[in-house]
Design a protein around this ligand. Structure first.
Ligand code: ADP
Ligand code: MG
Length: 240
C-alpha cells in the first residue's frame, strides 16, 4: 500500500502550518522527515496518519486496486507514536496487549504476541512492572511495542528517540530497521538526528516553513541536495 500526500495545506487560526505539501511514500520504504522546529513536520505526520484532516488536499492510501476507502479497516493498518507516549497506569504487558484485546484476539495469541514484541525491545524483564514507573527509554520502547504488536502496515513516529541515550536509541533503531527489511512495514518518522536519518532512511523529506523543500533518496539529500536550503540544514549551517 502506497501513500500519496497531495497538495496538503493546514492553517491554525491565521498561522499557515502547511502550505501545499505533496509527496509520495512507497509501501515498504522508510521515510524520514527532517526540518527545523515549527516547520510543520508533526502536522504533516498527523495528517498522513489520518489523525487530523487537512484544510485542502488529501492523504490517499492506494494499492493496485486504486485508492483505499478511509474506514476502520484502513485505520487499523496504521499505527502512530506521538511525543509524550500516554502509557496508562497498568502493567507494561497490559499496555502492550491493549490493541490486540480491542480486536478480540484469543488470549493465548495475545500472550504470545506481547511477549514476542517485548523481547524484541528487550523489555521481557519489565512485563509486569507498572508502565508509569519505567525510565524514559523503557517507556518509549513500551510505546513502540504497543504500536507494533498489532502488525500495522504503516508506522508513524514523531521523534521517537528524542532525548534518549545511545543504548535505547540503538535498540529502537535495530527493531525499526528489522521490521522494514524483514516484515515489509512502511515507516514514516520525524527526527532531528541527521546521523539517524542517514542510518535508517531510504527517502528523506526536508520540510521548511510549511513546505516540502526537497524529497529524495537519503544519499542524495545528504551528499548532493538540489537546494541550498537543504544543504544548509543538513550541514548545520542555516544561520550565518
Ligand atoms: P514541527 O513538528 O515541525 O515542530 P508543527 O507541525 O508542530 O511543527 O507546527 C507547525 C506550526 O503550526 C507551528 O508554528 C505550530 O505552533 C503550529 N501548530 C501546530 N499545531 C497547532 C495547533 N493544534 N494549534 C495551533 N497551532 C498549531
Ligand atoms: Mg513536531
Amino acid at each position: 500500500m502506497d501513500l500519496i500526500l497531495k497538495n496538503i495545506s493546514r492553517t491554525y487560526d491565521d498561522h499557515v502550518a502547511l502550505d501545499d505539501c505533496s509527496f509520495f511514500v512507497r509501501g515498504g520504504s522508510f521515510t524520514m522527515i527532517i526540518g527545523p522546529n515549527g516547520s510543520g513536520k508533526s502536522t504533516l505526520l498527523r495528517i498522513a496518519s489520518l489523525l487530523e484532516s487537512p484544510d485542502t488536499g488529501e492523504a490517499i492510501y492506494h494499492d493496485n486496486g486504486g485508492p483505499i476507502k478511509r474506514d476502520i479497516f484502513l485505520k487499523r493498518k496504521i499505527a502512530v507514536v506521538l511525543p509524550g507516549n500516554s502509557l496508562f497506569n497498568d502493567t507494561v504487558f497490559n499496555n502492550v496487549a491493549y490493541g490486540l484485546r480491542v480486536r478480540d484476539m484469543n488470549r493465548h495469541v495475545v500472550r504470545e504476541r506481547v511477549h514476542d514484541i517485548l523481547e524484541r525491545f528487550q523489555l521481557s524483564g519489565k512485563a509486569y512492572r507498572n508502565a508509569l514507573t519505567l525510565s524514559s527509554g523503557e517507556s518509549q520502547r513500551t510505546a513502540l511495542s504497543r504500536a507494533l504488536v498489532t502488525g500495522p502496515e504503516y508506522l508513524f513516529l514523531d521523534e521517537p528517540t528524542a532525548s534518549l541515550d545511545p543504548v535505547n536509541t540503538e535498540i529502537i533503531e535495530k527493531v525499526l530497521n528489522d521490521i522494514v527489511t524483514g516484515d515489509g512495514m512502511t515507516v514514516v518518522m520525524i527526527t532531528h538526528n541527521m546521523f539517524q536519518a542517514r542510518r535508517l532512511a531510504d527517502r528523506v523529506a526536508f520540510i521548511y516553513g510549511g513546505r516540502v523543500i526537497e524529497e529524495a533518496k537519503s544519499e542524495k539529500i545528504f551528499s548532493s541536495p538540489r537546494k541550498d536550503l537543504t544543504r544548509g540544514f543538513v550541514t548545520g549551517k542555516m544561520v550565518w
